[in-house]
Design a protein around this ligand. Structure first.
Ligand code: NAD
Ligand code: UDP
Ligand code: UDP
Length: 318
């Protein structure tokens, strides 16, 4: 007999996964965190290790997993371009083989399963902002394809298991999210700029900095994921989760320099292949089905993230 709902979080030792584990523990779930520590770290969940309702297992989800839970959040997958491009075949595998394994698991134990999909399924979008009905503009043979097409195929698998096996699925399309616990060498724009600014090193802008992104603070995003998991069974998504403000990368660099009182200079580097020029979520569906609205303003979220990196850089482990 178990009194608490049992939840599996794959990729639970990563940036988003560890915050999700924290929130689920707070909400009285029994959490099983599975991670192979490819980009995640035991440090992200070390504070949970003594908790009776938390378990950490080292496992690569491209291999089968036999456990018994009520809900599965499937987050396992490197998310930063530099990391997912390091071993692109493994990136496709975690999205395809990994998703098949987690869907097979959900099917056997009749668990509800949520997929952490991404705004990358829209590629370099020609529709702006992006609603869930937009089918995207994705290159299938470029350096980003292992991630973009991997995540698209994962969505296909989720909907085929839903249609073919009546699985209870939820698909969240997550837009750029940031916050404490991002890795020092994560490589994504906010952590790069903050670490560069704090170290007095030049901020590296790829291209001319006119490309845009929308940035969501981690606490808001985690709230959205849990709300989505708790919707009625007929709500499958895909549902966009992100904060609709839109910022040029150059503007972001200036904001971070300002907030860190940095005297770093800005340097311009080549634009990566297939780097999307614009991105902004249409969150009408999330507002309607989840009654969700991200609340943390960029400046407020950046201040918290800067405080985290300042502390990390002071620590002997960094
Ligand atoms: P992250 O790299 O910090 O976390 C990913 C975690 O998955 C890591 O702990 C890593 O070790 C683990 N992992 C990777 N391959 C695995 C495997 N084969 N088996 C088990 N564990 C494995 O990235 P994140 O930002 O926390 O992203 C989490 C999820 O959310 C990813 O699926 C990502 O695609 C998705 N997402 C994130 C963002 C964002 O802005 N943070 C945006 C869109 C989608
Ligand atoms: N699987 C798993 N855990 C389970 C059940 C299945 O990891 O508890 C994996 C298993 O490796 C299988 C995959 O999920 O290959 C897909 O399972 P499904 O039942 O859909 O297909 P099949 O077993 O027919 O390949
Ligand atoms: N970027 C940048 N400098 C960096 C890291 C990223 O100018 O040091 C740019 C990158 O080219 C992209 C944007 O910032 O246009 C967001 O990049 P990130 O890797 O954070 O996420 P994604 O491209 O997946 O949205």
């Amino acid at each position: 007999m178990h009194l608490r709902k049992r939840v599996l979080v794959t990729g639970g030792a990563g940036f988003l996964g560890s915050h999700l584990c924290d929130q689920l523990i707070d909400e009285k779930y029994d959490v099983l965190c599975v991670d192979n520590f490819y980009t995640g770290s035991k440090r992200n969940v070390a504070h949970l290790l003594g908790n009776t309702y938390f378990e950490l297992v080292r496992h690569d989800i491209t291999f089968p997993l036999y456990v018994e839970v009520d809900e599965i959040y499937n987050l396992a997958c490197p998310a930063s371009p530099i990391h997912y491009q390091e071993d692109p075949v493994q990136t496709t595998k975690v999205n395809v083989h990994g998703s098949i394994n987690m869907l097979g698991l959900a099917k056997r134990i009749k668990a509800k399963i949520l997929q952490a999909s991404t705004s990358e399924v829209y590629g370099d979008p020609t529709v702006h902002p992006q609603p869930e009905t937009y089918h995207g503009n994705v290159n299938c043979i470029g350096p980003r394809s292992c991630y973009d097409e991997g995540k698209r195929c994962a969505e296909t698998l989720f909907f085929d298991y839903y249609r073919q096996h009546n699985l209870k699925i939820k698909v969240a399309r997550i837009f750029n999210t940031y916050g404490p616990r991002m890795h020092l060498n994560d490589g994504r724009v906010i952590s790069n700029f903050i670490v560069q600014a704090l170290k007095g090193k030049p901020l590296t802008i790829y291209g001319n900095g006119n490309q845009t992104r929308s940035f969501c603070y981690v606490d808001d995003l985690i709230g959205g994921l849990i709300r989505l998991m708790n919707t009625d069974d007929d709500v499958t998504g895909p549902i966009n989760l992100g904060k609709p403000g839109e910022f040029k990368i150059l503007e972001l660099a200036e904001k971070i320099m300002d907030l860190t009182n940095s005297e770093s200079e800005i340097v311009f580097k080549p634009m990566p292949i297939d780097d999307p020029m614009q991105r902004k979520p249409d969150i009408t569906l999330a507002r309607k089905y989840l009654e969700w609205e991200p609340e943390v303003a960029l400046e407020e979220g950046l201040k918290k993230t800067i405080a985290y990196f300042e502390e990390l850089l002071r620590s002997p482990l960094s």
